[in-house]
Design a protein around this ligand. Structure first.
Ligand code: CU
Length: 210
C-alpha cells in the first residue's frame, strides 16, 4: 500500500537486507538477498542510510531515454481526491467508484493523446495514486513512475502518453482507500451502464487500516 519505485541495483557478493521503514512509524519490514556466503542479518538490523535524508521523487529526474518529449497536453483532468476519516468516504471528485457501473464518471482519454492528470488532494491524508497500464512522468522532467504520493492539501501534476489503449484503473494505492471508493476508470469514451461484473469485494466495510 504506498508509493513504489523500480530501481536497478548492482550487488556484490554477500548477504544483504533490504529494509523498509514505515513512514511515521518506528516499524520495519525486511527481506534477505543472498548472492554469496555469509550470515543472515538479524530481524532488527537497520541500515544507517535509513537514518539519513530520504530522497524524494521530486528530487529525481527522468533519464534521457525515458523522458517524455516536450509537447502540449491534449487532455487535462483534475483528479480531486476527496473524503475523510470520519466518513471513510474516500472518493474522486466526491464520487465513490461503483463496481456495478465502472464506466460512470470515467476519465476519458484517447489513444495518442498526451494526458495531464492534476492530483488535487483536498483531504488531510496521504494518497499514493497509482495508474495501471502506463507510467507517468512527474512534472515536465521528473521521474517516470506508476505510483506517487500526493500529500495532504497538495497538488501533483503528472503526464503520460496514451500509448497503451485499454480500460485502466486509477486508484489510491492504500488498498483500503481504493476499496472505499477512491478509484476511477481511465479509458476511451465509454457508455456508462451496468456491467456483468458484480462481484462485491468481501473485505469492503471491514477494513481497519488507515
Ligand atoms: Cu488514499
Amino acid at each position: 500500500m504506498g508509493e513504489r519505485y523500480d530501481v536497478l541495483v548492482t550487488l556484490s557478493d554477500g548477504v544483504f537486507p533490504p529494509v523498509a521503514l514505515a513512514e511515521g512509524k518506528n516499524a520495519t519490514g525486511m527481506a534477505v538477498i543472498r548472492t554469496g556466503s555469509g550470515g543472515t542479518p538479524t530481524a532488527t538490523v537497520r541500515p544507517m542510510e535509513l537514518g539519513g535524508t530520504i530522497t524524494a521523487a521530486s528530487q529525481l529526474r527522468a533519464a534521457d531515454d525515458v523522458r517524455l518529449a516536450s509537447k502540449k497536453a491534449d487532455g487535462v483532468h483534475r483528479i480531486e481526491l476527496t473524503g475523510s476519516m470520519m466518513g471513510y468516504d474516500w472518493a474522486i471528485v466526491g464520487r465513490r467508484f461503483d463496481v456495478s457501473n465502472p464506466a460512470a464518471h470515467a476519465i476519458t482519454v484517447e489513444e495518442g493523446q498526451r494526458v495531464r492528470l492534476d492530483f488535487v488532494n483536498t483531504t488531510t491524508m496521504w494518497h499514493p495514486m497509482h495508474l495501471h497500464g502506463h507510467t507517468y512522468q512527474l512534472g515536465t522532467s521528473g521521474p517516470r513512475k506508476d505510483t506517487t504520493i500526493v500529500l495532504p492539501k497538495q497538488t501533483v501534476s503528472v503526464f503520460f502518453d496514451d500509448d497503451n489503449p485499454g480500460q485502466w484503473m486509477l486508484h489510491c494505492h492504500n488498498g483500503c482507500h481504493g476499496e472505499a471508493g477512491m478509484m476511477a476508470l481511465v479509458a476511451p469514451g465509454l457508455t456508462p451502464g451496468p456491467t456483468t461484473h458484480t462481484r462485491v469485494n468481501p473485505r469492503r466495510g471491514r477494513c481497519r487500516c488507515r
